[in-house]
Ligand binder design. Structure first.
Ligand code: NAP
Length: 294
């Protein structure tokens, strides 16, 4: 079997185009222009690349992008003061603080300081709690993108066996909650799971979010399963340069899976597209409008 490639790049571009249409409609009908504030602390090269793409795509979707770059040495108090200003700013509908933050800053404190209505990363405990209890919430972008990709393959996920590799607060746990909301039967695995390959082989839907380059081999995959690879790992290539691989050994996995996401070009582009969806949702909610049709 050769798996169908799930083209995250194209699906994300379609989603961004829908967001752009909704943004235009909001401007015409309500004179609204959603705004996203991106806060970057320090000069981590990977974070700078992500933040650059996020800003570019925000503007392309017709939204306002507010840029706040702070030095590595910024104090926690100064960062919290900026968050307070952004919380109060009516032009800002979404606040994104790029992680990781420097070690002297308490990440949880910063995340908890963001107005939950502007928490477009969906990391605030209030949004995490709402997601866990099945209430409408702003949900983390990467898991949301994973579910959209899986639904592109299956339509409904109801009754399917889903296995999530990884239990982080930003990917594994919220992904499991979203899958439960889609009526999948969900198993979460982690570094202490026994016989991981056997557990994974039960999955109709296998999601890998462990940060271990190409750890998921062909024998982890049930023939015909859908495999969504969240991993982004930089490894040394034969020519001495770096290349990016996922958590799944793509070449061998694609001979067993029914459908699979490539890395890059799978989940990654969906994360940014979902960030725009969340900003649009936050803008509609703050204006007292119904949720947008995306
Ligand atoms: P994380 O916080 O490091 O969590 C990793 C999870 O994987 C943990 O729950 C850990 O288990 C589990 N794990 C690690 N090694 C394992 C093993 N050998 N067997 C089974 N489970 C294992 O990572 P994360 O932030 O969730 O990110 C995961 C990956 O996704 C990374 O490659 C990251 O770069 C990527 N990512 C991509 C996007 C995107 O937009 N595409 C967004 C976010 C993250 P324990 O809990 O037991 O330690």
């Amino acid at each position: 079997m050769t798996a169908t490639i799930i083209d995250g790049k194209t699906i994300a571009a379609e989603l961004r185009a829908k967001v752009a249409d909704e943004v235009q409609r909001l401007a015409k009908t309500h004179g609204l222009m959603p705004g996203l504030a991106v806060v970057l602390v320090g000069s981590n090269p990977a974070s700078e690349v992500y933040v650059g793409s996020k800003k570019k795509m925000t503007v392309e979707a017709g939204m306002r992008s507010f840029d706040h770059t702070l030095p590595e040495s910024v104090s926690e108090q100064e960062l919290l003061a900026l968050i307070a200003r952004l919380n109060a700013d009516r032009a800002v509908n979404g606040i994104l603080v790029q992680l990781p933050l420097p070690a002297h800053i308490d990440t949880q404190k910063v995340v908890a300081a963001i107005d939950p209505g502007k928490d477009i990363d969906g990391f605030h405990p209030m949004n995490a709690g709402k997601l866990a209890t099945g209430l409408p919430a702003l949900v983390p972008c990467t898991p949301l993108g994973c579910v959209i990709l899986a639904k592109r393959v299956h339509g409904s996920l109801a009754g399917l066996d889903a296995v999530v590799l990884g239990r982080s607060n930003i990917v594994g746990k919220p992904l499991a909650q979203l899958l439960l909301n889609e009526n999948a039967t969900v198993t979460i695995t982690h570094s202490k799971t026994r016989d991981l390959a056997a557990v994974c082989r039960r999955a109709d839907l296998l999601f890998a979010a462990i940060g271990r380059p190409e750890m998921v081999k062909a024998d982890f995959i049930k023939p015909g399963a859908t495999v969504i690879d969240v991993g982004i790992n930089r490894i040394a290539a034969a020519d001495g340069k770096k290349r990016i691989v996922g958590d799944v050994a793509y070449a061998e996995a694609s001979k067993v899976a029914g459908a699979i996401t490539p890395v890059p070009g799978g989940v990654g582009p969906m994360t940014i597209a979902c960030l725009l969806v969340n900003t649009l949702r936050a803008a509609c909610a703050s204006a007292g409008l119904p949720p947008p049709g995306v």
